[in-house]
Ligand binder design. Structure first.
Ligand code: NAD
Length: 269
């Protein structure tokens, strides 16, 4: 173990040497989570369809072991292989961050069925499949952290986001069940619910708004964030990553089944 002892009393817990799989870690929130965990000495299995070489180099620069698996998170057989390869490569999977996600906006009557299926598969079902395959190892070692990146849209709704809101509400339900089923073990499961974070996923919505309303990129950003977030500020990926690191530590061992929002006041209204 990598805990630090003084006169046989545990004085400091360290995540050094543990292994995390962060799905969708080639950009945005997932990449920030991978980097923050790597800074704690956690080896990383990266995944996602973004610029993987740049992401791997950034994570590696923190001085940990990094590997990459290109599983498509909408495909259960590829997810099973991702978990197997992570355990084989690093000897264990200790921290699972279910982060990969996509978005599509349209009213329900205009919402393409294939987009519905893709969002439910990637934003919700993938977290079931990863957890299904990762839990046996975590339970055997009696230590594990599953962190599901949900959203404020797991707590409240917005128009034009039927599939996303359904998936994010669903993943909070899944979080609670996994937390309860493992409540007497060293495995915890929690959800993080970000408000607006300026990542590639949101930049697409900013671009669409700028075009629709004939306004600048800066105006579209301000309009988007101030509409929902009383602080008028975006949440940063690094702030969310710091919360994930806390949830992995010993002070969070009794945080179980929460949906923890970090949203500039969005859901306080
Ligand atoms: P992003 O687009 O930067 O990152 C999404 C990641 O998922 C990328 O690495 C992408 O390649 C990966 N991905 C997409 N489809 C995939 C698939 N089929 N298989 C494997 N990887 C796939 O977006 P982000 O904003 O960093 O989003 C990360 C998570 O945070 C998502 O679950 C999103 O719903 C959630 N979230 C984002 C915000 C926000 O404002 N940005 C707010 C709340 C929740």
């Amino acid at each position: 173990m990598h805990d630090i002892y003084l006169n046989s009393e545990k004085i400091m817990f360290s995540l050094k040497g543990k292994t995390a799989l962060v799905t969708g870690s080639t950009s945005g929130i997932g990449l920030a989570m991978a980097v923050a965990l790597a800074k704690q000495g956690v080896n990383i299995m990266a995944n996602g369809f973004g610029e993987k070489d740049a992401a791997i180099a950034l994570i590696k620069s923190c001085g940990v072991e990094v590997d990459y698996h290109g599983a498509d998170m909408s495909k259960p057989d590829q997810i099973e292989d991702l978990i197997k390869q992570t355990e084989k490569r690093f000897g264990a999977l200790d921290i699972l961050i279910n982060n990969a996600g996509i978005q599509h906006t349209a009213n329900v009557e205009d919402f393409p069925a294939d987009q519905w299926d893709a969002i439910i598969a990637i934003n919700l079902s993938s977290a079931f499949h990863t957890s299904h395959h990762a839990l046996p190892g975590m339970k055997k070692r009696n230590w594990g952290r599953i962190i599901n990146i949900a959203s404020v849209h797991g707590l409240v709704a917005s128009t034009q986001k039927a599939a996303y809101v359904a998936a994010k509400h669903g993943i909070i339900g899944l979080t609670k069940v996994i937390a309860l089923e493992n409540a007497k073990t060293g495995v915890t499961c929690n959800a993080i619910c970000p408000g607006w974070v300026l990542t590639p996923l949101v930049q697409k919505q900013v671009d669409a708004r700028a075009q629709r309303e004939g306004i600048s990129n800066e105006e579209a950003k301000n309009a988007l964030v101030s509409e929902k977030q009383p602080s008028g500020e975006f949440v940063s990926p690094e702030q969310l990553a710091a919360l994930a690191v806390f949830l992995c530590g010993p002070d969070a061992s009794e945080v179980r089944g929460v949906a923890w929002n970090m949203d500039g006041g969005w859901t306080a209204q």
